[in-house]
Design a protein around this ligand. Structure first.
Ligand code: FNR
Length: 389
């Protein structure tokens, strides 16, 4: 925090990325081309769920405490038996190469530098092995878009495990891509040219199956191969609870289900042995009209929070938002768009500034609220106020 104030206000050297979350989107709009910007900033339908995500945060207010010592202030958390420097996690975001040439490998490196776990997407523009190398000693989790074909799933799990990814995050809400008007108008074309298919195209099992069926190599029919890969991971049809047994058989680390919104689904996740859930509506990019993610967090925490790790995302923009999610029982939060805006504006440097800003804001706001540790961040610090404003 002193580094940011020092550089900006005191020494007159402004960071290249704004620290105002509302201006950040505007800055990214200018830096990114229209297509890439619309892809990251956009949501499903009329963006009602995106709005609900933010409104949900506004309804909760912190009640600060005074004259408390902040000696030993500490934002570290423990997740799945591992210690993490802060409760901040990089959400899995696909096609990072369309935002900046630093892409996944650059962002994974930044995450290592700032002590934030990097969740790699199945829709990446880098391979699993490239991200692992870039991430070095950093903590990394793998997000699975769950292919229809078990042989391909198995191959991805093996590669992720061999590359040091410790936690498997299975995204459930994207078995079919949502109705996203802005993207239908202008952004899906790159996918058909192989963008975001690097995990698939570098997979020996996918390659062999495609080449056998198509009678040509992936390189000779990029459009066909892209369709085949997207068919596996983004238009695959839903799996079922029973099929989780397959993942358990082939993954020996923690399994977390992402995209949980219904309390009964959280209970099912527990019943099927999962170690955690991410309460998420995909940042409002899937079912438009779905409830704001923070609105369902408390009931899910009440139902399963003492037996599994409840994580949260969708709409987190500030340190105070992180505090609110923690106070309502999340063990850590994932952040998506803000970091990608930073990446788009100034590559690794921009993403790093966004992380540092969020972490400094979290530290500072916890102090002002009189909260010394994440454990102290409970429902006594927060109250729902209906007249949102
Ligand atoms: C996403 N998200 C996402 N989730 C996932 O599990 N796999 C993925 O490949 C992607 N891809 C993706 C691309 C883009 C451009 C965005 C903005 C989001 C969803 C992501 O993990 C997370 O749930 C949301 O981004 C959280 O909401 P905020 O923080 O962006 O409001």
């Amino acid at each position: 925090q002193s580094e940011i104030y020092g550089k900006g206000a005191l020494m007159g050297i402004l960071p290249s990325v704004t620290t105002d979350p509302r201006l950040l989107e505007e800055q990214a709009r200018k830096a990114l081309g229209e297509r890439s910007f619309n892809y990251v900033a956009g949501g499903a339908g009329e963006k009602a769920t995106m709005d609900s995500n933010r409104l949900a945060f506004r309804q909760w207010k912190l009640i600060p405490r005074m004259l408390r010592s902040m000696d030993g202030q500490d934002v570290s958390v423990e997740l799945f038996g591992q210690k993490y420097d802060s409760p901040l996690i990089m959400a899995p975001v696909g096609v990072q190469g369309i935002f900046h040439e630093d892409k996944e490998t650059g962002l994974a490196q930044v995450c290592e530098e700032v002590g934030v776990p990097y969740i790699m997407s199945t829709a990446a523009t880098s391979t699993i092995e490239e991200v692992a190398t870039a991430s070095g000693d950093g903590k990394r989790w793998y997000q699975l878009y769950w292919p229809q074909d078990n042989d391909i799933t198995l191959s991805l799990l093996k590669r992720a495990k061999a590359s040091g990814f410790s936690v498997l995050v299975v995204t459930l809400d994207t078995w079919s891509l949502a109705w996203r008007p802005a993207d239908l108008d202008n952004a899906y074309v790159p996918f058909l040219k192989g963008v975001g298919c690097q995990v698939g195209f570098s997979d020996p099992v996918f390659r062999e199956k495609f080449e056998k069926e198509a009678g040509c190599t992936i390189e000779e029919d990029i459009v066909g191969a892209s369709r085949a890969w997207l068919g596996q991971v983004a238009a695959s049809g839903p799996h079922t609870w029973e099929e989780l047994a397959f993942l358990w058989k082939h993954w020996d680390g923690p399994i977390v289900l992402k995209g949980i919104q219904h309390v009964e689904d959280a209970k099912m996740a527990l019943k099927y042995g999962c170690n955690g859930v991410v309460v998420s509506n995909h940042g409002g990019r899937q079912l438009d009209g779905a409830i704001g993610s923070l609105d369902v967090l408390p009931e899910i925490v009440d139902a399963v929070g003492d037996q599994m790790t409840v994580l949260f995302d969708s709409g987190v923009r500030t340190g105070v938002d992180i505090i609110k999610a923690l106070a309502l029982g999340a063990k850590a939060v994932l952040v998506g768009r803000p970091v990608i805006y930073g990446l788009g504006i100034d590559g690794r440097n921009g993403a790093k500034q966004v992380f540092k800003g969020l972490l400094a804001d979290l530290w500072q706001s916890m102090g002002l609220a009189g909260i010394r540790t994440v454990a102290e961040c409970d429902r006594t610090v927060i109250r729902r106020v209906q007249h949102a404003g």
